[in-house]
Design a protein around this ligand. Sequence first.
Ligand SMILES: *Cc1c(COP(=O)(O)O)cnc(C)c1O
Length: 427
Amino acid sequence: MEQDELVSFDQQHLWHPYTALGSNDTVFAVESAKGCKLTLKDGRELVDGTASWWSAIHGYNHPVLNQAMKDQIDRMSHVMFGGLTHEPAVQLGQTLIDITPEPLQAIFYADSGSVSVEASLKMAVQYQQAKGNPERTRFLTVRGGYHGDTTGAMSVSDPENGMHRLFTGILNKQLYAPHPVCRFHDDWDQNDFNAMEDLIETHEANIAAIIIEPIVQGAGGMWFYHPEYLRQLRSLCDRYEILLIFDEIATGFGRTGKLFAMQHANVIPDIVCLGKALTGGTMTMAAILTTFNVAHTINASDAGVFMHGPTFMGNPMACAVANASIKLLLESDWQNRVSHIETIMREQLEAARHFKSVADVRVLGAIGVIETLTPVKQAELCQAFVEHGVWVRPFNRFIYIMPPYIIEAEDLIKICKAMIKVVQSIT
Ligand SMILES: *Cc1c(COP(=O)(O)O)cnc(C)c1O
């Protein structure tokens, strides 16, 4: 297919994430991807700074992940999970239980991050019903969060930012504490927790669970907050028998420098959602882990079962490649790689701090962020990045990267230098 024909059909007929159909914003046709490079149909090569939204941690087209999918496809690409099971699902379950904190022993496979968030909210409600607390149906969260695009997940995401404001009328009204202000690397300020504490104490009788992205607020603002916040949440959740749900969909599998962001705080949630990097950026899949206490309590609820079951639950291809991806990660020196990426980004992005258009520069693990004072023009900036030979996709006030862990220093420096040049050109 010719490039022009492809792009023109796409622009007329295909929606992309958060876009207007038929808009003239450029889309770039990708021919192939390998390692940290995307090759466009016109032959240009881009160094990737996005890992395709946190997911492709080993880079693209990895032979080990490809082999895992090839081996599985010859056995079966899918069978229903109702009444049937298979080795890839069981092996993945064993691995996830091994690498997460000991109390998390029960697993629900979902087909995307948003769906896992929906299911985790339902788990919490069924748990509270079984405990004789049917009035506990609300969720408490913090502003600036992002938990996905389905209605339940939207209701616990930031109530005002552009993604969800328009749907306020159909969403359940949840409770929103201010977003944590105290930074990850700063001294803890107890005032940061006051509003949250007040909300819990006022509404505890109606709260089923608190849901939060641990340490890193991703799509809601690329913000890194203090681990003490999570420790205090845990202690109030225990006091009031509120479940604590961590959404580690973006942070899981090493991105923040720990295998899971919750380990920065040494806090164990009652429920955790994993997704994105779970399959190394190859197939859509998410997993929810919870405790036997939550799972067995749900068995004693009115329904007697957990009321959720996607058609493609436990997809064998996704499970097989998730197994291969986690094995690859654990056998690699990912900690050193992530800390090396962190060091380079700190050095390289610092130059932006004093630009007139820049509000903040921050780095944690393999996440680097330049925050501007006003929202940027996404399409124009993407175009400028492509001209610099890199793929970076800013949103709102955030020009950020989270490259594959395998990125070479030279390529990472190239991305960072492009960020500096592009930010410098914003007046
Ligand atoms: C991406 C993301 C989701 C939604 O996952 P999808 O697979 O896009 O549905 C939920 N929570 C967080 C923290 C995310 O980053």
